[in-house]
Design a protein around this ligand. Structure first.
Ligand code: GLU
Length: 395
């Protein structure tokens, strides 16, 4: 299929777009925020909005702006220093957005999130309501990680990941990641003059992850690896992702008219439901349940619930409703889910038939330790890192 035709088809029904803008796009060579970039992006994004699209911005740049304000030549190393720089820079960042969008009569709103906000289903839904209400009011939300309070345990880590989770949060149709290179290359374009841009990625597999690992954007936190991870998460949610160069004038309109710019990552055919996507990617597991081979097979092949009979052991401290990893005999996490029982209860009922739960505990809430509706199977490649994590819906 011709590239332009494929893009046009993919973009045909897109209305709501999460646009992630990296620090490398927003800063000038002296390190501060580049006012002309803000003016250009505000013009392009306001035009999108006037054309009936619903843009939601995820913006980096707080730490970079703060460093400039504080006169720091190098990125601070300690978390409190980064947090302080972000606190100073976030207001500068918003001021820049507000000023540039105001020239087009467009209002913006700041929304700062931590991973904790998305881990709790209640707070997740609260954040969704706020964001969707802003969109209804015709305002463009500008989301960033709440860096000034986010310590390691509650961090998204990078805004590529945050933007992927945001697609589910706001029920977007497209993830557009604007960075400072032209897309994903088959080799590192900084080292190899003949490196070629990859126009379309059908599926983020091991090979693509390896290529991404070799292609580093010049600034920013994650380089291409985190962009590819984000595209993978969006694809599982049934969404296309386009990674393109936000430094170049007109990129947004070129992308939206289907021109062959950047790299298009195709969505997966069978879209995972919003709640399951949230279980797979937004919630951090609090513990592990180790299961036998029979349970592993039944969950993966037949999409069954997790029953006490297949459980061998439990690690970590968690209560009913928490997220846990389901791990096989070899220590690989192959599924995630929300438990109906706490860790000490599961220790007591592990290995038992469901009819014996009540006899053991003196009560029974559910037959299942994790019901299939609360369970997501993850495709695990060789080593379990976030990079190699995929997920499929079980029906
Ligand atoms: N939240 C960080 C900032 O605003 C950026 C994180 C990232 O670029 O991935 O500076």
């Amino acid at each position: 299929m011709a590239k332009e035709y494929l893009r046009a088809r993919i973009l045909k029904d897109v209305k709501r777009i999460v646009i992630k803008i990296g620090s490398g796009v927003l800063t000038s060579t002296n390190g501060g925020l580049d006012a002309t970039v803000f003016q250009r992006l505000a013009r392009e994004i306001s035009l999108l909005k006037r054309n009936g699209y619903e843009p939601i911005v995820v913006s980096s740049g707080a730490i970079a702006a703060g460093m400039n304000e504080l006169g720091l030549a190098e990125k601070p190393k300690s978390i409190p220093q980064k947090q302080a720089a972000a606190a100073v820079g976030q207001s500068t960042l918003m001021k820049s957005y507000q000023k540039s969008f105001a020239e087009h009569g467009q209002k913006v709103a700041q929304v700062l999130l931590t991973h904790d906000d998305l881990s709790s289903r209640k707070r997740y839904l609260n954040a969704r309501n706020t964001l969707l209400t802003l969109v209804d009011y015709g305002i463009i939300p500008v989301i960033n990680e709440n860096d000034s309070v986010a310590v390691e345990e509650i961090k998204f880590g990078d805004n590529d990941n945050l933007s992927a989770l945001t697609t589910n949060l706001v029920e977007a149709d497209l993830l557009l990641i604007l960075t400072d290179i032209n897309g994903l290359y088959d080799e590192n374009p900084c080292e190899k003059a003949d490196a070629r841009r990859i126009s379309v990625v059908e599926e983020v597999d091991r090979e693509i992850e390896e290529i991404a690992g070799d292609t580093i954007s010049t600034t920013g936190i994650g380089g291409m690896t985190t962009k590819v991870q984000a595209a993978k998460k969006a694809a599982i949610f049934g969404l296309p992702t386009i990674v393109a160069n936000g430094k170049i004038n007109g990129t947004i309109s070129k992308v939206m008219t289907g021109e062959d710019v950047g790299t298009l990552f195709l969505p997966k055919g069978n879209r995972m439901g919003s709640r399951k996507h949230w279980i797979a990617f937004a919630v951090k597991p609090k513990g592990e349940i180790i299961v036998d081979e029979g349970a592993e097979k039944a969950i993966i092949d037949k999409g069954t619930s997790l029953l006490p009979s297949g459980i061998l052991n439990v690690e970590g401290k968690f209560g009913a409703g928490d997220s846990v990893s389901i791990v096989n005999l070899y220590g690989s996490e192959f599924a995630r889910g929300l438990v109906n029982y706490g860790c000490s209860e599961i220790m007591e009922i592990r290995g038992l038939n469901t009819r014996d739960i009540e006899g053991k505990l003196g009560y029974k809430y559910y037959d299942e330790v994790i019901h299939r509706d609360d369970l997501v199977v993850l495709y695990v490649q060789k080593c379990v890192t976030d990079q190699s994590l995929g997920a499929k819906d079980v029906h």
